[in-house]
Design a protein around this ligand. Structure first.
Ligand code: C5P
Length: 212
């Protein structure tokens, strides 16, 4: 089974994806980390984030062993990811890696922006997670502070809004729900509540109670 989770920045997709993968015994891929890793390589080597050749090269040399690097979690890496991910050839290079991950048994949960629309259009269940931008900014700020980083909530909100706009309006693989995705608004839910709501959707699809 393939579970596709998409949604805007800081909507809780990553946490939800991890929890669902654990629940079902599947593997989990946070696809944002891929674009963050490409951006980080460029930043480290002093390249411009819009340097297509350098970005494609970094995508070709992607090393999943480096996905755990805490530097990929920062606002800068997220902002950089949003810039490199709008380069069509970068996305092309990364499609196979993601599809291969999704295809390997026993099942997988992938989260990102275009999983249900481009990477896995035949996913068994598609969930589009949304939350009020202010709620998302609050959560992201708390997370950053918990990691010991300084974070200004208003700046985080501005970053989230800017990133969502760029992700929604790019010509390639824009952020949007697949027509057959289920909307999950977690503005008023805690993590447990969001996980339960997602499991309810998945179980209903599996039982044939919802279109799947
Ligand atoms: O989800 P996360 O904040 O880690 O994603 C960072 C950026 O990577 C996003 O703002 C988006 O531009 C890009 N991204 C993407 N497609 C994905 C996942 C992330 O374009 N599947």
């Amino acid at each position: 089974m393939i579970i596709a989770i998409d949604g805007p920045a800081a909507s809780g997709k990553g946490t939800l994806g991890k929890r669902l993968a654990h629940h079902y015994g599947y593997r989990h891929l946070d696809t944002g980390v891929i674009y963050r890793a490409v951006a980080y390589e460029l930043m480290q080597s002093g390249h411009d984030l819009r340097d297509e050749a350098a970005a494609v090269q970094a995508a070709l040399e992607l090393d999943p062993e480096k996905f755990g690097n805490p530097a990929l979690k920062t606002q800068e890496a997220g902002e950089g990811a949003s810039i490199v991910s709008a380069i069509p050839r970068v996305r092309e290079v990364l499609v196979n890696f993601q599809r291969q991950f999704a295809a390997d048994p026993p099942g997988a949960v992938l989260d990102g922006r275009d999983i249900g629309t481009v990477i896995c259009p035949h996913a068994d269940v598609k969930i589009f997670v949304v939350a009020d931008p202010k709620v998302r900014a609050r959560r992201r700020t708390m997370e950053a502070r918990a990691r010991g980083e300084e974070a200004d909530e208003a700046a985080v909100l501005a970053d989230i809004i800017r990133r969502d706009e760029r992700d929604k309006n790019r010509p390639i693989a824009p952020l949007k729900p697949a027509p057959d995705a289920y909307l999950l608004d977690n503005s008023q839910l805690d993590i447990e509540g969001g996980v339960r709501a997602a499991i309810d959707i998945i179980e209903a699809v599996r039982a044939g109670r919802l279109r799947g």
